[in-house]
Write a protein that binds this ligand. Structure first.
Ligand code: BGC
Length: 650
């Protein structure tokens, strides 16, 4: 995995001031009574079936000022009731519905639109509301006028037709053409003539009222999803289980049941050529065959990739025309695959370019990062990817934001928020071109340090001033991600949060020999000496939070799941992006050849004998020995990850 960098650009004296200023800046705009709202609204019935329908309300701010905080209201004429809404939070009181903004779309710019969608029940007649209001002001319809809306689907047949009414055979004659008479297999296929076109559309059952139609863009794609298991990764896990045997082997087979992301780390990976066992299309087909409706992929091939580290250097360089190749040979090809109608029912969740944009904040001293900060670099190509892929309605984009131990200091945090928000706001769909963010990709930082808080005082000193935290504002991913989420909400950027928990478990004992205690603590230390307290209380047992390569002592973390309650419920999901068992980088130089076909470099952060540098506070790397190049199966590491899993694998 790429270099997870810590840069200590903080100054202790003004930390408190920055934190307070951030808290104010991060507050959501409050709803202001709009005296001069003017708006246009369209109400549509997008789809309808017996007892249920999908509706949409498109409201455009036709005034000249941004509306900060909005509520759309209408009255259903026939007792319809909403069961689910997206892009807004609804309440319904009798026939009266109100749909209020989410935090990420609170600001409705002049000329801008919001488009809440919903599922609802209906009975008898599904009439449309007489009017729609925005913050209490009745909107006009796009064609002018103030009230009525034309229902798009009011005459949809209800349940009067059933499939049993299908014709029993072709009614129109089928005359074999003389030229085909010698191919009898084709003469008896009157397929089309027996297919009644609309006769069976009325049979969708009422269960559909609780399930958005395939392809609907959801607020949280993980809810109610069946996740894809990558059969190739599962095969590696099961092969390891065979090698280990015994109870460890049995446990490993359970790990193979979990969903991991598919890394598209080269152009070949998209095509499934040159050593990759399966193409992107092959994975999507396998997902369909499994009956899954959610697959995670990693878009990871930017030119000058991993510009501050060496272990995950990519195939494209800006200096060699890599920017054009990224667009046409990589992103466009991905688009051509995922936009195929047969995949419309799959929720395709993408982690966008791990460790890229944060490098433009903290690592511009590296020439390769400086170049990536200019034309043809990370910002331009990230925007290209979002512009190309966001229009696919079943595609979900999550931008990588490094982790707390990299961006958690005020300068790093604020500069990253600005750079990343501006990158997103500069795309065609602005703050809506993504679904949110992911932290800790391929890293081992914990979601929560349960036995201390950042500002807790130990003998008069805050926990975050301990050597291990280096005055970082956030001692774990949960607090960092919550702060990131509210900062992005304030910028008008969508902000569903994910965290990679594939290797942040830190259960069990053993592993790292460089920290003062060797087992997972079960409560806070009683020490009154700050560093002793922190080292004996922390779950994260790395010598330094900047350590990122093949960490000795790490375990598999929380299982992939939607809406975990941890960290105050900040997350849409826990995901396993880095497939456990795949190396982060080789522990010594491996020449180009069968063991290193892609020419991956050697980063000394993967060398167990290296005593670190300023980027990890000069701590030992804590990397496991004898590691293969990044992405390759690393048996020793997988054994340890399974043994140290927390919660244990059951
Ligand atoms: C490597 C990729 C690999 C991924 C997942 C990254 O560090 O550079 O080649 O696919 O990890 O293991």
């Amino acid at each position: 995995m790429a270099g997870k960098r810590t840069r200590h650009l903080w100054k202790a004296t003004w930390l408190g001031v920055i934190l307070l200023a951030f808290a104010v800046a991060g507050a959501l705009p409050s709803t202001v009574a709009q005296s001069s709202v003017s708006c246009e609204a369209t109400y549509s019935i997008v789809n309808q079936w017996p007892g249920g329908f999908q509706g949409s309300v498109l409201v455009t701010n036709t005034g000249s000022a941004t509306i900060n905080g909005w509520t759309i209201t209408w009255t259903f004429p026939n007792g319809q009731t909403i069961t689910q809404m997206w892009n807004a939070a609804h309440t319904q009181n009798g026939a009266n519905v109100s749909a209020a903004n989410m935090s990420w779309n609170a600001a409705l710019a002049a000329g801008g639109s919001v488009n809440p969608g919903f599922l609802a029940n209906w009975n008898g007649t599904n009439g449309v509301p007489a009017s729609i209001a925005l913050n209490g002001t009745t909107c006009t319809t796009p064609g002018g006028g103030t009230s009525t809306f034309t229902p798009t689907r009011t005459n949809t047949p209800t349940i009067t037709r059933t499939p049993t009414a299908t014709p029993t055979g072709p009614t129109s004659t089928f005359t074999p053409t003389p030229t085909r008479t010698s191919t009898p297999t084709r003469t008896n296929t009157p397929t089309r003539t027996t297919t009644p076109t609309a006769t069976s559309t009325g049979t969708r059952t009422p269960t559909a009222t609780n399930t958005p139609p395939p392809g609907t863009h959801l607020e949280n794609p993980f809810v109610g999803a069946t996740w894809y298991i990558n059969p190739d990764w599962a095969a590696s896990v099961n092969a390891e289980a065979d090698r280990q045997g015994g109870t460890l082997g049995v446990t490993m087979r359970k790990v193979a049941q979990y969903s991991t992301f598919v890394w598209l780390d080269t152009i070949d990976a998209v095509h499934g050529t040159n050593g990759y066992s399966r193409s992107l299309a092959g994975h999507l087909d396998a997902a369909l065959a499994q009956g899954a409706n959610l697959i995670g992929i990693v878009i990871y091939d930017l030119p000058n990739r991993d510009c501050s580290a060496l272990a995950s250097n990519g195939e494209l360089l800006i200096a060699n025309g890599g920017s054009a190749r990224y667009k046409t040979e990589y992103i466009d090809v991905i688009y051509n695959v995922i936009s195929q109608p047969k995949y419309a029912g799959l929720r395709i969740v993408a982690v966008i370019e791990p460790d890229s944009l944060p490098n433009l904040v903290t690592n511009l001293s590296f020439a390769k990062c400086q170049e990536a900060n200019g034309p043809g670099g990370y910002v331009e190509n990230t925007q290209y990817a979002l512009n190309k892929l966001h229009p696919v309605s079943n595609f979900y984009a999550y931008i990588d934001i490094g982790h707390a131990g990299w961006l958690g200091w005020p300068d790093n945090f604020n500069n990253s928020v600005n750079l990343i928000a501006n990158t997103i706001l500069g795309t065609n769909a602005g703050g809506n071109s993504i679904d949110g963010f992911i932290s800790n990709t391929a890293n081992t930082s914990v979601v929560t340090e349960p036995y201390m808080t950042a500002n807790q005082s130990i003998s008069g000193q805050p926990v975050r001033s301990a050597d291990f935290f280096q005055w970082n504002q956030y001692i774990d991913e949960g607090t960092f991600d919550a702060a990131w989420k509210s900062a992005m909400a304030a910028k008008g950027v969508k902000n569903g949060m994910l965290v990679d928990t594939s290797r942040n478990g830190w259960g069990g004992c053993g592993g790292s020999s460089y920290v003062s205690q060797q087992c997972r603590p079960t409560g806070p230390s009683t020490s009154t000496v700050l560093n002793t307290f922190v080292d004996a209380s922390r779950i994260d047992r790395r010598p330094g939070k900047g350590n990122w390569c093949n960490q000795n002592g790490a375990g598999i973390g929380a299982r992939p799941q939607a809406n975990p309650p941890d960290a105050g419920g900040v997350y849409q999901a826990f995901v396993w992006v880095k497939p456990p068992g795949e190396s982060d980088g080789s522990s010594s130089l491996i020449p180009v050849g069968p063991d290193n076909p892609g020419g991956k470099g050697f980063d000394r952060m993967c060398d167990p004998t290296y005593m670190g540098n300023a980027l990890n506070n000069n701590k030992n790397t804590n990397a496991l020995p004898d590691a293969p190049v990044s992405g390759r199966w690393f048996s020793t590491q997988f054994v340890q990850l399974v043994q140290n899993a927390f919660p244990p694998i059951q």
